[in-house]
Design a protein around this ligand. Structure first.
Ligand code: GLA
Length: 373
């Protein structure tokens, strides 16, 4: 049969229309866990060809391809090509969903309703990112939604990693036609518990593995941050950023002040702190904007949460090889984790992280991508 070029093209248009309707286009294999269970990978694409690949292991965003100012696509998140990479290198939490309590809990314990709960010490004396087997290391139950979203469910048993109450966490990823990766989190519990969920993607808007992030220009909508002690636990003070290297109220390059002789920068080995977001209400508001001049890529972070952990990949040291065998050297990715302030279970003055039966924890984060010419 003879097919004209225009015939082929209209066939392609028809196909792309079909794919746009079913944005979560496909499910594939992503390897096997040590216990034999299979992990899967889901590919979400939008109208503009932006593509996110997400696995049900840890709900990890494995890759995220967005255009630069010339229209060239690059993968802008750090990660691994296969499940094996994530199993062998859990330390950086690349791209993962973090729970039950993202960030640190001081002395790995907290008191709730008069009872002391001990959680795993996996960061010196403290507990980090939900413990030894946090939500990032769990196989979630995935469901491809008719609207193209990907729904992931994880039921964390009463007592798991020391936390009280069976917690049902549902996280839905959408890749919208407005070039947004939208993450909707819901959680319910059958007993009083604490919850703080986030995503731990590391971005490099030049492309993962293309050098450091020091030239990225950052704005954070916050005039205070939570200074920390030597274990990166907040002291409880909400300190003004004015006159410090923590002032990102005006767009400033990450590298402009990161080596300054500042006590807090020394403690964090760079930026690894929580900013107290200026908020108008409880809705989705812009927390931060990041622009990378050479590619023109822009990332905006929107959240309903009170805090933003801005971490500049200070623990990356070049020992990890990621996707495409590229080396992830010091400060070659940054994370912007929308969340409650670290150690909130032990800080009554911080916004509460307590979730009670009958209540529903609901929060949305949007990573929005665009370009400036
Ligand atoms: C968070 C922490 C950092 C570090 C990374 C993972 O961002 O705040 O200190 O633990 O996770 O390496």
């Amino acid at each position: 049969m003879f097919v004209t070029t225009s015939g082929l093209m209209s066939f392609a248009v028809l196909l792309s229309g079909v794919f746009a309707l079913h944005a979560a286009t496909k499910e594939g294999d992503f390897g096997k866990l040590p216990d034999g269970r299979a992990a899967h990978i889901y590919t979400l694409v939008n109208k503009g060809g932006v593509e996110a690949r997400i696995t049900d292991y840890g709900g990890i965003v494995v890759s995220l391809k967005t255009p630069d100012k010339r229209g060239a696509m690059a993968d802008i998140v750090l990660g691994f090509d296969s499940l094996d990479g994530y199993l062998k290198n859990p330390g950086p939490y690349f791209g993962a969903l973090i729970g039950r309590y993202a960030n640190r809990i001081g002395q790995a314990k907290f008191v709730l309703d008069g009872k002391t709960y001990n959680v795993p010490k996996n960061d010196g004396a403290n507990s980090l990112h939900g413990g030894t087997q946090g939500f990032d290391k769990r196989l979630w139950t995935a469901k491809m939604l008719p609207d193209g979203g990907l729904e992931l469910t994880y039921v964390s048993k009463d007592g798991e990693e020391g936390y009280p109450g069976t917690l049902t966490a549902i996280v839905v990823y959408h890749l919208t036609d407005a070039n947004e990766l939208r993450i909707d989190y819901t959680a319910t519990s059958d007993k009083d518990t604490v919850v703080n969920l986030t995503n731990h993607s590391y971005f490099n808007l030049k492309g993962a593995g293309s050098g450091d992030i020091l030239g990225h220009i950052v704005t954070i909508n916050a005039d205070r941050y939570t200074p920390v002690d030597s274990g990166l636990i907040p002291t409880g003070e909400l300190r003004s950023v004015t006159g410090t290297p923590f002032d990102f109220q005006k767009a400033t390059a990450i590298g402009a002040r990161i080596e300054q002789a500042d006590e807090q920068l020394k403690l964090g080995k760079g930026y690894d702190h929580n900013w107290v977001l200026k908020r108008k209400g409880d809705g989705l508001e812009v927390a931060a904007r990041v622009e990378e001049p050479s590619s023109g890529r822009v990332l905006e972070v929107l959240t309903m949460q009170p805090g933003l952990q801005f971490y500049t990949g200070n623990f990356l040291d070049g020992t990890i090889k990621g996707k495409g065998n590229l080396v992830y050297a010091h400060r070659t990715g940054f994370a912007m984790e929308t969340q409650h302030y670290p150690d909130s279970p032990n800080k009554p003055a911080f916004p509460s992280v307590v979730l009670k039966p009958g209540q529903s924890y609901k929060t949305t984060t949007v990573y929005r991508f665009s370009v400036v010419k």
